[in-house]
Ligand binder design. Structure first.
Ligand code: G6P
Length: 613
């Protein structure tokens, strides 16, 4: 979703701003822009194309300046047109914004009454006029841009991260955050701000994470942060572990491809702490985890998108092995529902980004209605979600750039399997032998993932056929039903083929009516307790002319025939089977999208980090 970069330096900041925007492209956007203060005058360029196009405009117009802000916009209020692209301008003030201002209508009326004219459909434009009006004509000892922004944000309702420059003051830019990510980057005699660390990797690794309610003034020599109560505060400086190599494509054609093939390493890194262990300990989830885990009597999982599917898989593990009641709910539904809190429930939020507005709000809601215990499983260190949770586990998948989540999902599942082991052990449901066996399975997982990746050429043949279809149906049973859901989500996200997932037993209650020779059906068919039931469901499909694409285990008795295509999984992983079965489905979506000529890493209309509700 929208990305922000800001810079103040003794050199031209335009290349820094553009490089930062390129590194934020993965978040999803439909227009881009930047504004610099160039010799005392504000210059702005905007484009509804890619950042590369904005770069051409900047070169053609010789835009440069030692102070600037830049933005990639993912449209919420107003179509993706140039007049709605950021930065927005009011007099000499320019603003970029990520988030949604909820009271923009009332503010627009007030500002119109003061004589301000609006030229866009955005909520952001009100911020530009508001800051301009609060600045009252320029810098004086009592009335700085910093003061004007502090005064302005106090009037805003909603979620935002903003960056502001004014041509009347070349010595600083101002940022503020409330419910949307923003951090400062500290350089040597130059300073920066951005939505995430990857945007600044080319200039600094020293970052300061702003808290909600913070407003900061950034100058050449340093920064000053005011918290929500107006007190000047010092926030800790972190040295980001992110390396430029981690966000480079290397030999791959797309980030999604890279990330699919990084899964053995991503899972190995995530499980590093248990690789050499003979047993699992609650402390893997935080110093207080044992006390919390002993107090809980149920689990409530809240998440969105692919992370929600990880939660659905976990329910089968947590109830089946740890014997602990588990509910899984879509965060955007939970946050607005009157639910009955269980103070003894462990609220688990799962998120690759740790920024998803609905998941963050769902956690806040859960706490507000009386939940005391929380655990976050997340791939981004220092993300808002990790900081808001009592217990935390950082998946170590490395930066995930492709919008469609892949390695974040399988690492989430690995952690959820580990959590199941810990809870099962604490509840007396895991013998020492069982623990040893499961640890062996976890250790074997990276190798098993690597061998499953070898099915790519076979999946590619399926994908070539899928690419010409309009619809697809994914079937699974039990713990593989959520994997079918994930397969369908991947396909629709990047290939734009309409895909549905069904628990195979439910087929005859509706979706069977859709099945004919034009409907390819993918079935996830591991050799588990439900395999015979699944086979009967597949017969129902075949009898209606549906073409079956079956992902079977080596020992699943299922043979290819006319209209029945079988790929045998080269390895199996016992209860971890859902993790392995995810891989061919990711590859299917990837190759189908490629065949259709889609932008695999940046699918239309979607964003990587959904920081608005
Ligand atoms: C977006 C992404 C998905 C992701 C979902 C939840 O829709 O495109 O890949 O699954 O958000 O994001 P989260 O960061 O909370 O896992």
């Amino acid at each position: 979703m929208c990305g922000i970069v800001g810079a103040i330096a003794k050199r031209n900041t335009v290349p820094i701003l553009l490089e930062g925007l390129k590194r934020l492209e993965y978040r999803g956007y439909d227009s881009a822009g930047l504004a610099v203060v160039d010799g005392g005058a504000l210059r702005r360029i905007r484009s509804t194309g890619r950042v590369a196009e904005l770069e051409k405009f900047a070169q053609a117009d010789a835009v440069s300046g030692a102070l600037g802000i830049a933005h990639t916009r993912w449209a919420t209020h107003g179509a993706p047109e140039e007049r709605n692209a950021h930065p927005h301008v009011s007099g000499g003030v320019s603003v970029v914004h990520n988030g949604i201002i909820e009271n923009h209508d009332a503010m627009r009326e007030r500002l119109r009454a003061k004589g301000y004219a609006f030229v866009s459909d955005t909520d952001t434009e009100v911020i530009a006029h508001l800051v301009h009006s609060n600045l009252q004509g320029g810098r004086s000892a009592e009335h700085t841009l910093f003061d004007a922004v502090k005064k302005s944000v106090a009037e805003l309702i909603g979620a935002y991260a903003i960056a502001v420059v004014s041509e009347s003051d070349k010595s600083c830019f101002i940022v503020a955050r409330h419910g949307a990510p923003l951090l400062l980057g500290l350089g040597d005699g130059e300073n920066f701000a951005a939505s995430d660390t990857s945007a600044l990797i080319q200039v600094t690794q020293r970052v300061v994470y702003l808290e909600d309610g913070d407003v900061a003034e950034i100058t050449l020599g340093g920064h000053t942060i005011c918290d929500a109560r107006g007190n000047t505060v010092a926030r800790p400086v972190f040295v980001s572990q992110l390396t430029a190599g981690a966000v480079e494509l290397g030999p791959y054609s797309h980030y999604m491809q890279k990330e699919i093939f990084e899964q053995p390493m991503a899972v190995a890194n995530t499980l590093e702490m248990v690789t050499n262990a003979h047993s699992v300990a609650p402390q893997l989830f935080g110093a207080d985890a044992e006390e919390v885990f002993r107090d809980i009597d149920s689990v409530l999982i809240l998440a969105c998108g692919t992370s929600f599917h990880a939660g659905m898989v976990a329910r089968y593990w947590l109830e089946g092995f740890a014997g602990i009641p588990c509910n899984v709910e879509i965060a955007s539904e939970y946050r607005y529902r009157d639910s009955v809190p269980d103070p003894k429930a462990l609220v688990i939020t799962i998120s690759q980004s740790g920024e998803t507005a609905d998941t963050l709000a769902a956690l806040q809601h859960a706490k507000a209605i009386g939940h005391r215990h929380s655990l976050s499983i997340c791939n981004v260190p220092e993300s808002a979600l990790l900081r808001a949770s009592g217990l935390r586990f950082l998946t170590r998948a490395g930066p995930e750039i492709g919008v469609a989540s892949t390695k974040a999902f399988t690492t989430q599942l690995a952690v959820l399997a580990l959590l199941t082991m810990v809870l099962a052990k604490l509840r007396g449901r895991l013998s020492a032998e069982g623990e040893g066996d499961l640890l062996d399975s976890l250790r074997h997982l990276p190798t098993a993932l690597a061998s499953v990746l070898q099915v790519e050429p076979l999946v590619k043949v399926w994908a070539e056929k899928f690419a010409g279809r309009h619809h697809a149906l994914f079937l699974g049973r039990g713990i593989h039903y959520p994997i079918a859901m994930e397969g369908a989500l991947k396909l629709k996200e990047i290939s734009y083929i309409h895909a549905e997932a069904y628990a195979a037993g439910e087929l005859k209650h509706g979706p069977l009516a859709l099945v004919d020779e034009h409907m390819p059906v993918v079935a996830i068919a591991p050799n588990d307790a439900l395999i015979e039931k699944l086979k009967s469901n597949l017969q129902e499909v075949r009898a209606r002319g549906g073409e079956l694409h079956v992902l079977a285990d080596q020992d699943t008795r299922m043979t290819a025939s006319d209209g029945v295509h079988v790929i045998r999984m080269p390895d199996h992983a016992g209860i971890l089977s859902p993790i392995l079965h995810t891989i061919p489905l990711q590859l299917l979506a990837y190759h189908a999208a490629l065949q259709r000529g889609n932008d695999v890493d940046k699918p239309r209309n979607l964003a990587k980090s959904v920081t608005v509700e």
